[in-house]
Every structure is written in C-alpha cells, then in structure tokens.
Design a protein. Sequence first.
Length: 170
Amino acid sequence: RNEVVEKENVENEIKAMMKNVIEKEAANILIDADNDNFEEKLINLMSIMKDLLGNAEINSDSFKDLSNEKILSELSKVAIDIYDNKKETIGEEFVAVQKRILLKTVDSTWIDNIETLTNLRKYVSLQSYNQKDPIVGYTSEASEIFNVMMYNLQKNVVRYIMNIKINTYI
C-alpha cells in the first residue's frame, strides 16, 4: 500500500497484474485440455476474459488453432490494447483513477484478509485439542490465504480498471 501511495504512476504494476491474471486464468483452464474438450475450455476461457477485460470483443474461433503460449500472447495483446485505449480516452485522469482503484482494492482486500486470519486463528486453536501444533497449522494456512488474497487483489484491480466506463456529457 505504501509503495502505491508513494508512486505517481502505477501503470507498470497494473500491466504486470494483467499479465499475471491472464496467465493464471488461462493456465487453470487450459492445463488439462485435450483435443476432445479444448474448444469447450477455450469458450470458457473467452467468457472469463470478456468478464475480466470489460466485455472485450474476443472470439474463441480466432484462438482455436493456436498453441497455449500463442493464446496467452494474444490475450495479453488484447488486454494491453484495451488498457491503452482507456488511457488515451480518459486522459490525464486515468493515472489518478487507477491509483485510487488500486488503493481502495488493497484496503478492502486487506480488511477481508484480517477477518479471515482471525477466523483461522480460532480454527487452528481448536486443532490443538487434536494434538496438532497450532503454530505449524496457522503458518501454512496463513501463507496459502495470503497467496489467494494477493491473486484476488490483482484480479479485482484488473477487472475494475478494465471495466471503467467513460461517460461524456455535453
């Protein structure tokens, strides 16, 4: 959070988040896709990408004959194009808007994480009755919860920024 506050422009961080989220979503869906269910998985991936990238006009047919690496590359290009278009359309305010989105998302995600860790502490303390070391249980679970929190934070930031709608009033 402090790094975001101190930086004037978080564009590089946002683009890194986009790349990470696209790679992770694609990997989760396409990892076990074979010839029989590849098209179905690709349609599912395109649906997720449309939601993530603000109803981007992407069609699974144009990705059908591509390798997984090429699909990732093309999806990243689409995301960067949409991002750059929003940046150009919104103008100078875009820097402040994306920084505000990032800060609000960090804050709300962190509050949720604290609540989750509080519940985890209660759960782990109950495990000590089963002769299990509560510190080991807590640290391993907390680490996993933190990783999930960080990914969800990135995914939400990307979704919020890519779904910004521009209203113009005359």
